[in-house]
Write a new protein. Structure first.
Length: 475
């Protein structure tokens, strides 16, 4: 029997939240933080964190796990391996996507996605929706009902034939977000421009992976970002522009903010640590590993993204983990072949490396404050998607989701990661920190060496209304 006041006490931590940094013990009972302060009583387990920073567990608000794909493509990570990998990199909540395919009811997509997740996850999870077929029934019945039930965010694609909506459909879906207080996420790339450029590249025999970046230049993202902002302004609803990659889109978002529009923005590690050259400087196929959309840009552009992280332009920093094996017929070599870039599945892995990359280069590299790190990686994603204050902070009453940081030199090696992907785009990057411990609802899931499974204990989280939106949050 456990007679201690606490199940776990973390002692003398340098606790960082989005707003404050202070030294404290953290007392945990039944998966929640129940007391903060120095000199707490004994815990059944104790961890000495003297001299170490402790942050809230990461909330990765943009990742793809076991999302149904058109054959032969198949995601390498489902909820088991994806949340294992997340936990070992300090992330304790993930929000992947329940994707509707055209002709399917949104409700059926959600039910199918629950079956994929049930009993699998090591850390907690919520779902975003992807709306690809906004029928009248979806707009008036299904989507409002799902929002009420805790699916309070959805993604709208402006590209990809199987998912994209036209402008009229986008207006309809944004109007549902406005009426029901949901958060609309937008993938902003101009589909027709991409198709036109892709056909021209193919006609010229330019089909190697590196031409993926040529088919999606920054103006393609800029135009769609501006259009998304305009559509949202017309409907009078906030939006979240996801995976912002380039300075042109950044300019549009600054313009919108300058005009008082509620435009939130997300960016991802690939736009800080990769460039288009990672897709290849010659026609070799290796660059398929780094194919993602929008594509990484150039070195100077990385600075623009860093500045946006530092100065408040970006609201959220997510991984956009979209896991496909490189050397596999269901991955980057469809059917076992080296194919033209248009047929290569888009996406790179990043759940486990997201926090260490930003902590090392952002915080320890002197580019962002520790509090801003917490805001971008945990607090704001929890607020944007209605999980705060249960998630995203260190406070009495919040879930005991915590990361104790170890500031040591680490070189990223795929063999040391815990996903099912056979590569990492960040192989060989030297970091200055990695989690010494990850705690998920009071249980140590990662101790700096080993993963401690708690499969099935990761719970589905029904989301409240986003609290980043204007107005009074629901009681
Ligand atoms: N969009 C995403 O959000 N993820 C992976 C690929 C893409 O285009
Ligand atoms: Zn996208
Ligand atoms: Zn994505």
């Amino acid at each position: 029997m456990n007679d201690s006041a606490f199940d776990l006490v973390i002692r003398n931590a340098l606790v960082a939240t989005a707003s404050d940094t202070f030294t404290s013990d953290i007392g945990v009972k039944d998966g929640r933080i129940v007391q903060l302060g120095l000199g707490l009583g004994a815990g059944a387990r104790e961890i000495d964190a003297a001299g170490r920073v402790v942050t809230p567990g990461g909330v990765d608000a943009h990742c793809h796990l076991d999302q149904p794909m058109e054959a032969p493509a198949r995601m390498a990570d489902g909820f088991e391996s994806g949340t294992r990998s997340a936990a070992c990199g300090g992330t304790t909540t993930v929000i992947p996507f329940a994707a509707q395919h055209k002709g399917q009811s949104l409700r059926a997509a959600v039910e199918d996605y629950h079956r994929r997740a049930d009993g699998q996850a090591h850390v907690d999870y919520a779902f975003h929706l992807i709306v690809s077929d906004p029928t009248p029934t979806l707009l008036t019945e299904e989507l409002p009902a799902l929002i009420r039930e805790g699916y309070t965010s959805f993604k709208i694609y402006m590209t990809y034939d199987d998912m994209k909506l036209n402008d009229g459909q986008i207006l309809d879906v944004l109007d549902v977000a406005r009426q029901h207080g949901a958060m609309a996420m937008i993938h902003a790339e101009n589909s027709d421009c991409i198709e036109w450029l892709t056909k021209r590249l193919e006609a010229a025999g330019r089909t190697a992976p590196r031409f993926h970046a040529h088919s999606r230049p920054m103006l393609v993202e800029r135009e769609a970002t501006h259009r998304a902002i305009s559509l949202a302004e017309l409907v009078d609803v906030p939006i979240m522009v996801v995976h912002v990659s380039g300075r042109e889109a950044v300019k549009q978002i600054r313009w919108a903010r300058g005009h008082g529009l509620k435009v939130f923005a997300e960016t991802c590690p690939q736009y800080l640590f990769l460039t288009a050259e990672d897709l290849g400087i010659d026609d070799s196929y290796q660059g398929a590993r780094c194919i993602c959309s929008p594509p990484p840009r150039d070195k100077r552009n990385q600075e623009v993204i860093w500045n946006g992280l530092a100065d408040g332009l970006f609201t959220i920093f997510s991984s956009d983990h979209a896991p496909f094996k490189y050397d596999a017929p269901e991955g980057k070599k469809p059917g076992g072949e080296e194919v033209a870039f248009r047929h290569i599945p888009n996406g790179i892995p990043g759940l486990e490396t997201r926090l260490p990359l930003l902590y090392s280069e952002g915080v320890l590299g002197g580019r962002i404050t520790l509090n801003r790190f917490v805001e971008l990686t945990s607090t704001n994603p929890a607020k944007a998607y209605g999980l705060h204050p249960r998630k995203g902070t260190i406070a009495v009453g919040s879930d005991a989701d915590l990361v104790i940081w170890d500031e040591r030199e680490v070189t990223i090696r795929n063999e040391q990661l815990h996903h099912e992907v056979d590569y990492t785009p960040y192989e060989g990057i030297k970091l200055r920190a990695w989690p010494a411990f990850t705690v998920a609802r009071g249980e140590v899931v990662w101790d700096g060496q080993d993963f401690h499974p708690r499969q099935g204990k990761g719970e589905f989280l029904a989301c409240e209304a986003p609290t980043l939106l204007p107005g009074r949050p629901r009681a």
